[in-house]
Ligand binder design. Sequence first.
Ligand SMILES: *[C@@H]1O[C@H](CO)[C@@H](O)[C@H](O)[C@H]1NC(C)=O
Ligand SMILES: *[C@@H]1O[C@H](CO)[C@@H](O)[C@H](O)[C@H]1NC(C)=O
Length: 239
Amino acid sequence: MLKFVVFALAVSASQAAVFSLGERNDGNLESSIKNYPYLLSVEYFGRHICSATIISSNYAVAASACFDYKGTGPFHVRAGSLELLSGGIVVKVKEVFKMGNDNDNKDRNLSVLELSEPLVFSETIQKIAIPRRCQVAPINVTAKSIGWGPTHLEGEVVFQSVDVFTVTRKECRRHYPTSTMTERMLCAKNTVCHDDYGGPLVYDNTLIGFYSWAKQCDPYSVYVDIAVVRDYITEIAGI
Ligand SMILES: *[C@@H]1O[C@H](CO)[C@@H](O)[C@H](O)[C@H]1NC(C)=O
Ligand SMILES: *[C@@H]1O[C@H](CO)[C@@H](O)[C@H](O)[C@H]1NC(C)=O
């Protein structure tokens, strides 16, 4: 279920190759952890369940749905690795703070994770800036959407980074007439089917959102708009 499926037909062969794991070792900077040092994999009983993003040495943000109905954990995050379940370091999550409850996730799909020990920042482990309060998410820009998923249906799950184009909620609403589109949602158009909950959406070296939901393989995906849920982040993480 937790995948980031490249829509094979929509992605050119060369693009798919750029993001395949095999290329990482021959100096392909695009797929080096040094380019995404803020990315975390959330692990639950030895499985990758979603992505999260480092916002300070003690806190990360993730999609709430990632933790739904899973009890109290233990959850761990792996930092400093683009490889699932190996490399980097593993830190236990001390507490998961959910903005909404399990039934209210669609609209308030944010969790703030408090780590049990501070991350030591390096070239491969680093926080990313988040927008200021009330900053308006940039529309009509190309942003990077990051996460893990199979390169094709049933394929090997690997790290991927794709360009998406941010659009207005109005455009998204036209596309999802039966879903409520709230101010906490940020919409983007893409060429992949992604489903890696919490996968960061980055523009101008800032975390503007993370992946929340979409219709299966639809070109429009909905992200949590970080600027709009900023107060909750401040309340929990103090930043
Ligand atoms: C919250 O996000 C997850 C994935 O990030 C998604 O599956 C879920 O549907 C969202 N919550 C709701 C109720 O939409
Ligand atoms: C985005 O681009 C469209 C089409 O070029 C334009 O109509 C719209 O006003 C732009 N929206 C924003 C918020 O820049």
